[in-house]
Write a protein that binds this ligand. Sequence first.
Ligand code: FAS
Ligand code: PHB
Length: 389
Amino acid sequence: MRTQVVIIGAGPSGLLLGHKLRQEGIACIVLERQTGPYVLSRIRAGVLEQVTVGLMEQLGLDARMKAEGLPHDGFNLADGERLIRIDIKGLTGKEVMVYGQTELTRDLMEACGSRDLEVVYEAADVALHDIESDAPYVTYTKDGVEQRIDARFIVGCDGFHGPSRKAIPESVGRGFERVYPFGWLGILADVPPCNHELIYANHERGFALASMRSQTRSRYYIDVPLTEKIEDWSDDRVWDELAIRLGPDAAAHITRGPSLEKSIAPLRSYVFEPMRHGSLLLCGDAAHIVPPTGAKGLNLAASDVHYAAEAMLGFFKANDNDAIAGYSAKALARVWKSERFSWTLTKLMHRFPEDGPFERRMQLAELDYIASSEAAQRSIAENYVGLPV
Ligand code: FAS
Ligand code: PHB
């Protein structure tokens, strides 16, 4: 089989890019290791920046997001004493959309058939070949039969553990990493949110986040040491800890209920350079990971897709080779600024094991400064709604 672009991975990156390319008449195919239901079963991001909302609008796939999503014009930082509201709309003129990654992925998946975007699920043993040539190809196994697809480009949208980044020789690429000494224990429950906006809390006992998926479905997180096992965290124990860390006002409005999903995710900051080598481009988690504190992971995947689609259009429609050559530098410039914001907010809102009383006072002083400075709040707001693409 021959096509113009092979996309590896049918998460948000792969499906957003696949739809963008098909919308422009560029032939492509998506290879996904898992089944569609498995992809949808993973509970991940919840806050969409304008770049992500904009891509869904460009694709004409924003109807359900606009009907069911929750536009938010602010969020809160909590220091154990009070809520510090960041008025993102008042400070930037923009808002974010609270709409689960699961639902965004579902909207993209359901549109594949009517938009002639072919996705091969349960594609096993995906391997990349001749990526340094102008004629790369991908092999995979489907129903026990080995397949080969020749293409002009391969785009790795296969997440942190996929094969694409690893296909770039160590002599060419390198990773930059910070692994955090804690993970986020997340709980999803069909209970109303405790607050109409998100609350990120830095309490003596640790971090907590009150988020949501709708007016009737809530998503909460607490940070826990990496040694913790999810089976040691009953729902009641999670609800008790959330009530303490979010503070008495929020706690008074927490509605408890059985968890629909409960898991611990490790946190890391990671960037791989370059995001293109030869005929292989990387998008999303295949190239970078951010701690979810800044709600950037999914949204960085969207900005990569914006740049990758722009580069592909330049190449296929305008014979502009420079567009492809410029992809990595353009994408990385925004990636590193989002990495900085996510790292900064993670350092501000979490208790690190190596931190002592002085570092705690520094965190409280910074939160107090943010509470009193419009300039500090504006900086946080413009990063939270998403820097320009
Ligand atoms: P994804 O990992 O979503 O998708 C990659 C796809 O490639 C997967 O479907 C995988 O099955 C497939 N794949 C992998 N190897 C393959 C192979 N060999 N062959 C074929 N296919 C292969 N971001 C936020 O903004 N907020 C959050 O709260 C948040 N929480 C998260 C919690 C967890 C546990 C994780 C892991 C991530 C979280 N993220 C969060 C980040 C997350 O949302 C990612 O940024 C987002 O999924 C990135 O999308 P993709 O780049 O498409 O990668
Ligand atoms: C979520 O709702 O899952 C969520 C929201 C904001 C974050 C991280 C996760 O920063």
